[in-house]
Design a protein around this ligand. Sequence first.
Ligand code: NAD
Length: 297
Amino acid sequence: MTLQIIDGKALANQIKEELKLEVEHWVENGGKRPHLAAVLVGDDPASQAYVRNKVKSCEQVGFQSTLLKYEADMAEDDLLDIVKGLNENPEIDGYIVQLPLPKHIDENKILLAIDYRKDVDGFHPVNFGRMAQGLDSYLPATPMGILTMLDRYNIETSGKDVVVLGRSNIVGTPISILLSRKAKVGNATVTLTHSRTSDLEGHLKRADIIVAAIGIPLFVKKEMVKQGAVIIDVGINRVTSPDTKSGYKLVGDVDYDHVAPNCSHITPVPGGVGPMTVVSLLQNTMKAAKETIYNKP
Ligand code: NAD
């Protein structure tokens, strides 16, 4: 068995090229250039980097983009007004509010205020509910990126035992729903594990596919993984490192160096799930511009 590294960066670049052609074709035929807006509140360095990346990716595929930046102490009501304005602005096809928000702002209140027809992050309960029922919807970007990776790398999921580590609303819970749906990439038997799971190691050892999304550096060790398993590492953890100029580096939730030799496929960090998340957001925005799922508000 040879190990195959799932190159999320290369795949994301390939999909961006495909999207660029799709945009050109759409605009040449009279379509409106897709326009994504991103709202960033505060100065969290990771959030700033994610949003910068999203805006840059829009440029690469020929989308218009708008970045709206606000101070960390902005009032919740003011953010709700911004959201209302974006809902009503016919120029904007889709938008995201970068999470996490400052503590004094109720994230759920903001996410509920986003018009589900512009919710290209797929976090609104209408999109989440439709996803759970197998109806067409904007899928949350990270789980959608994982499905695309499994699909393009021809990794069989039907009948497989999948163990998902972590039950967040943006990764663990939706990917567990998606992989158990009756769909081309789906039909798996999924176990959703979390901080209260007993015998986590026992579950992991039985898994054909592991999706790790807990945010603990190098948590999944070699002895927890079955020979030949497929590993999708969602974690992005900043750890100190004497080897880099900045003094830190990014690692996943999986102890890559020791786990990889026993796997059939594995995603690296960085360069795995991260770039696929951004590309999925672009794909959702393209669908919004084309009104593939919903008519415009
Ligand atoms: P989160 O941080 O909101 O929640 C962590 C989850 O892990 C919880 O459900 C908790 O029950 C579970 N957990 C914590 N400790 C555990 C333990 N010891 N055993 C079992 N389960 C445990 O989750 P999140 O927002 O999905 O983020 C997870 C990681 O993924 C983070 O590192 C984050 O930065 C990263 N992330 C990456 C992307 C990407 O595009 N690659 C996107 C989103 C999140």
